[in-house]
Ligand binder design. Structure first.
Ligand code: HEM
Length: 509
């Protein structure tokens, strides 16, 4: 067949497909009444291109403002603006959608907790390991956090003395990665010490993230693309492979050190002097107690999950809190006053202190509301029987999801000033009592919802609650860009492009 005929035939088939999809979507599809952009009726390409552009959170908010509670973003993919309990509640029958497949290795046995679509296996695993992330476990992690805070503050003091302008986003990444390294393997990656991306880990993760986010929109392609991409240095798939080998190396080193009798947990930080216990020790202990249920794969998988899920998310949240504090001088002063009144001028805030400071808690909460770290709908699959959301019935097999950004900027819930950073709103709602606060809490979902809510949320709260008071009490910060230049790239994690600041040490003579 001539090339020209082939092209014409392909063009003809494409036009037939577009017309056929349109007829199907407009006349026969069970969810044909759900509004949305016209292009979203044909294929997932419209959604793919918007996600690729990196600002889907803004697009998503605008879509709901224009069309209401349920919006189509692709055939069979419906973004909803309410944190519906049927979809997300504990015991929900809505498993995670196929988009999450991009977040795992294509081979079925290489599963991890976050993207797991097997609800039974997920529930069992989560139950087995949730103790490691509990509030009571935090005590054993606090010394690791203290050690990283010491180095972080030391670096900031050096920058203040030299008058160097720094990108706080980068330094928060260094802090968050090193804390996760410490908590998981008693070892920093070395980002704080070097001030740089050691062995390309951050870059690897970023590429891996973009790859997973985009390939997840066409999940059937993942099994074919991944093996090819894995071989291309610098690609997202190669990044993931690098992280997997890093985790495996840490586990082997620990087991070798134990065999050689060379492993000695170190006392650290400003704790009581006792050696804290890291994740790897706790996991190994669990394995010894129950070797049938806790396998070497579990130990590998949980360590990998911590790095992928726990580092950038915390860095993003810290960046947002500091950006909003710097651009709200009143909130900054009020927080500093609370810190000093709590007697923390001369000593480090413990986690317990931080929990007794209501304004600090409101600042962190409002920062997470204004800028949740993830910025795409949390896709779930509608089970047999379909689901009614507002005025729309969505058929079984469709994907439905709330984007935290949509929930957090809902003016019906947070008021007309929902797009303004105002920590006081939380206390006001509490004082008013009743429904208002309940609604605000129900829509607040920086850590996700229900049975798939973030396992590491207490750990990240520990990291943020201890670091923010130290920065606010020790330094005056000047933002090195106009407020409006706060820009982000959303490839699932909504990463700020930069946060340039100069610092002044308050206690410098
Ligand atoms: C401020 C920091 C953090 C934010 C905003 C955050 C956000 C989230 C969100 C939104 C989810 C659920 C996503 C979904 O439903 O698809 C999630 C899950 C998860 N997060 Fe976090 N996270 C943070 C820190 C951490 C840390 C520090 C760790 C580990 C040490 C961690 C470990 C996990 C894990 C293991 C899951 C999967 C839970 C499951 O599927 O059962 N996260 N996180």
């Amino acid at each position: 067949m001539h090339l020209q005929t082939t092209v014409l035939l392909a063009g003809f088939l494409f036009v037939c497909y577009v017309i056929g999809s349109l007829i199907w979507e407009l006349l026969f599809s069970a969810a044909r009444a759900v509004p949305g952009p016209l292009a979203s009726r044909f294929s997932r390409l419209w959604y793919f291109s918007k996600v690729r552009e990196g600002s889907f959170h803004h697009e998503n908010i605008a879509l709901h403002e224009r069309h209401g509670q349920v919006v189509r973003v692709a055939p069979g993919y419906f973004s909803i603006s309410t944190t519906d309990k049927t979809v997300y509640g504990i015991g929900s029958k809505f498993p995670k959608g196929d988009w999450y497949q991009g977040w795992k290795h294509p081979s079925p046995e290489r599963w991890t907790l976050f993207p797991d679509q097997n609800s039974k296996r997920h529930a069992e695993t989560r139950k087995r390991f949730q103790g490691l992330y509990s509030m009571s476990s935090l005590l054993s992690y606090e010394p690791y956090v203290d050690e990283c805070i010491d180095i972080f503050l030391d670096k900031l003091s050096q920058f203040a003395r030299s008058g160097t302008s720094i990108n706080l986003v980068h330094w928060f990444q260094c802090y968050a990665f090193d804390v996760i390294g410490e908590i998981t393997y008693s070892e920093r990656f070395g980002f704080l010490d070097n001030g740089d991306d050691v062995a390309g880990t951050m870059a690897a993760l970023e590429k891996s993230m973009t790859y997973s986010t985009l390939v997840g929109i066409f999940p059937k392609l993942h099994q074919y693309i991944y093996p090819v991409m894995e071989k291309i240095p610098g690609s997202g798939a190669a990044g993931r492979t690098y992280l997997m080998s890093f985790v495996q190396r840490k586990i082997s080193e620990r087991s070798q050190a134990k065999q050689d009798g060379a492993y000695r947990p170190q006392a650290r930080g400003s704790g009581d002097g006792a050696a804290p216990q890291d994740f790897l020790d706790k996991l190994s202990e669990a394995q010894q107690q129950n070797p049938d249920k806790v396998t070497p794969y579990h130990i590998f998988m949980m360590g990998l999950s911590n790095i992928i899920a726990g580092a950038d998310t915390t860095a993003i949240s810290l960046s947002s809190v500091l950006y909003y504090l710097m651009t709200s001088p009143q909130a900054w002063s009020k927080l500093r006053k609370e810190i000093e009144e709590h007697g923390l001028r001369e000593r480090r805030a413990t986690f317990k202190d931080s929990q007794e400071m209501p304004y600090l808690q409101a600042v962190l909460k409002e920062g997470l509301r204004m800028h949740p770290a993830t910025g795409l709908p949390l896709w779930r699959v509608v089970p047999q029987g379909g689901v009614q959301i507002g005025d729309h019935w969505l058929p079984p097999g469709s994907n439905v999801g709330v984007n935290s950004w949509v929930a957090h900027y809902d003016k019906k819930v947070y008021g007309e000033d929902a797009d303004i950073f105002r920590p006081e709103r939380w206390q006001e709602a509490k004082d008013a009592g009743g429904e208002r606060l309940k609604q605000m809490e129900a829509n607040f979902m920086p850590f996700g919802l229900g049975s798939r809510t973030c396992l590491g949320r207490h750990i990240s709260t520990l990291e943020m609650s201890k670091l923010v008071p130290e920065i606010v009490k020790n330094f005056d910060l000047t933002l090195g860009m106009p407020k409006e230049e706060w820009k982000t790239v959303n490839h699932w994690f909504v990463m700020p492009e930069k946060l340039p600041v100069t610092l002044h040490c308050r206690n410098a003579s």
